[in-house]
Design a protein around this ligand. Structure first.
Ligand code: SAM
Length: 275
């Protein structure tokens, strides 16, 4: 049985991958998913969840995808823009601390929560006092560092860059102001900090695929969205090139295999992998 197991696992994965590759051509499945997603956004569905006690503003499917990406990349630093109530910081911190626990188990040592080896760096222009104190008093707070200010201000970008110095693997998640210009500036600032093989995840790309009236009191809409910013940024990388923080050329590729399986994600085409 043991000898057959790797083949069985490979076959299971290949079967799944084949099914997922067929999803984009499945008209009925796509129409239903799009309708469901639009109905969910009109009802502020993504505000109704929490992660280990803190409200998180994410689609549940995206939370699973984030867990999968963090586990696969195994970063020592995650940069997040957009803290709100802190749920996404706690999600990242929970997986990072779990990775440390796994390492401790594998090496026969003990996890010392007073000395975390990994951390999540959160940036928000407005960290409300009640949110800050709830995050700071959370059991996972030692894995979290917060900076208040605009994610695109040079001072904030500099402190985040300094906080990443020496990190082996850095992952980035952008979830603050969702206008084209702001996300493009965030990509310019933070995408180069993504290490090779890791991801820069851009949330709310879904804005591009929805009628403008789904977000009535916001500055973002189709044509002025995280997805339009990604298209511009990837075009800039292809035509003029950019260097990553490690000095090597920065090459980002949209990993559609993740959005293709999620179907009801807020980040379709937003999972950018550094090659
Ligand atoms: C969608 S919420 C973040 C949700 C959070 N990531 C989560 O999953 O629970 C967006 C946050 O971005 C913040 N924000 C808006 N403009 C910003 C900017 N220029 N720089 C940094 N944060 C900003 C807002 O204050 C708000 O807390």
């Amino acid at each position: 049985l043991e000898d057959n197991q790797p083949d069985a696992i490979r076959a299971f994965r290949e079967e799944n991958a084949k099914r997922i590759r067929e999803y984009p051509q499945d008209g009925e499945w796509n129409v239903l998913s799009r309708q469901w997603r639009e109905a969910a956004f009109r009802r502020q569905y993504m505000y109704h969840f929490s992660w280990l006690g803190r409200p998180i503003i994410q689609m549940p499917a995206d939370m699973v995808a984030v867990q999968e990406v963090i586990y696969a990349v195994n970063p020592d630093v995650i940069i997040e823009t957009g803290i709100a109530h802190g749920g996404s910081l706690i999600l990242s911190a929970s997986i990072l601390s779990q990775l440390e626990l796994f390492e401790a188990i594998a090496s026969g040592s003990v996890l010392d929560p007073a000395k975390p080896k990994r951390r999540v760096i959160g940036v928000d222009i407005d960290i409300r006092l009640h949110n800050r104190s709830a995050i700071e008093s959370h059991p996972l707070s030692r894995w979290i560092t917060m900076f208040e200010g605009s994610s695109v201000s040079p001072d904030i970008v500099a402190v985040v860059a300094a906080a990443c110095r020496g990190a082996r693997k850095v992952m980035v998640m952008l979830d603050s102001n969702h206008t084209h210009d702001h996300v493009l500036a965030e990509l310019e600032a933070y995408a180069p900090m993504t290490t090779s093989g890791s991801y820069c995840i851009v949330f709310d790309t879904v804005v591009e695929d929805m009628p403008a009236n789904v977000f009535p009191n916001r500055n973002w809409h189709p044509g002025n969205s995280p997805k339009s910013a990604i298209a511009d940024y990837i075009g800039i990388l292809r035509s003029t090139g950019r260097s990553a923080a490690d000095g090597r050329p920065l090459q980002l590729e949209i990993d559609n295999t993740i959005s293709d399986k999620l179907m009801v994600s807020a980040a379709p085409g937003g999972f950018l992998k550094r090659i």
